[in-house]
Design a protein around this ligand. Structure first.
Ligand code: NAD
Length: 239
């Protein structure tokens, strides 16, 4: 199948692109190439016959329409986002524009494309979100987030992702667009951007610098290996 992957030059998106190409899918990698992008992440597959790259911004609806028409994808995996919590506190505007308005544009472009194709049931709009939309868990490790956990975002980043989740759900309920919405925990693994916690800790440790710890150090995070995340079987299954 042909998958339009947004944010495919970023950390998780590039793992999805590499995995999908390895599994024999065709991939259109749509990325604006912000500071967080690195095309070296997809260098190993960039010469594959099924790989195409489109530098475009999801805030640009006309560009999205052109790309859907040019490539005719069977599914969308939406990972393009502003993703760094600390940056969202310093400057929330980009998070609102990319994560909310950008997702709205992509939903509308995908809906127009899906409608033109005759509304196939097999079409998928997979929105990759975060467990941070659910806020924090209590210290009791037996308590987990579930699909019915109420939304409780705590930062401009998680609030913008929560808003995008609501748009995706609404486009399914209102227009019938076939969507999948996943709320993963923190990812780690190859090509992780150096500003994120695990690379920062490793790089500081190697340089003999202090290790930054959030709060008083008692917080617990759940970590998902990025290559495991990218194998997400239902998303890459042939229709
Ligand atoms: N990294 C994590 O631990 C984690 C955890 C949970 C959820 N997520 C979600 O997974 C997705 C991918 O996260 P990541 O860590 O790979 O992010 P990332 O910051 O590494 O990559 C994001 C990519 O999106 C692109 N992008 C940003 N704004 C864009 C725009 N306006 N138009 C087109 N492309 C744009 C960037 O150039 C970059 O390549 C995000 O939606 C994020 O919210 C990430």
């Amino acid at each position: 199948m042909k998958i339009l992957v947004t944010g495919g030059a970023g950390f998780i998106g590039s793992a999805v692109v590499r995995r999908a190409i390895r599994d024999g899918h065709q991939v259109v990698n749509l990325d604006a190439l912000t500071y967080a992008a690195c095309l070296a992440n997809v260098e190993s597959v960039s010469n594959a016959p099924g790989y195409a790259f489109e530098q475009a911004d999801i805030r640009d609806r006309a560009a999205l329409d052109r790309i859907f028409a040019a490539h005719d994808p069977d599914a969308v995996m939406h990972l393009a986002a502003e993703s760094h919590v600390d940056r969202s506190i310093d400057g929330p505007g980009d998070f609102v524009e990319t994560n909310i308005t950008g997702t709205y544009n992509l939903l509308e472009a995908a809906r127009a494309h899906w409608t033109r194709k005759g509304r196939p049931e097999s079409f998928r709009f997979h929105h990759i979100s975060t467990d941070e939309v659910f806020g924090s868990l209590p210290p009791d490790p037996s308590v987990k987030f579930t699909e019915t956990t109420p939304y409780d975002p705590r930062s401009p980043y998680s609030a913008s992702k929560a808003a995008s989740d609501h748009l995706v759900r609404a486009w399914h309920e209102t227009y019938g667009l076939p969507v999948v919405l996943t709320n993963c925990s923190n990812n780690y693994g190859p090509f992780h951007f150096p500003e994120k916690l695990i690379p920062v800790v490793i790089l500081n440790a190697l340089a003999g610098k202090p290790l930054p710890i959030y709060g008083d150090g008692s917080n617990i995070r759940d970590w998902l290996y990025v290559e495991d995340h990218a194998t997400c079987p239902y998303a890459l299954r042939d229709p």
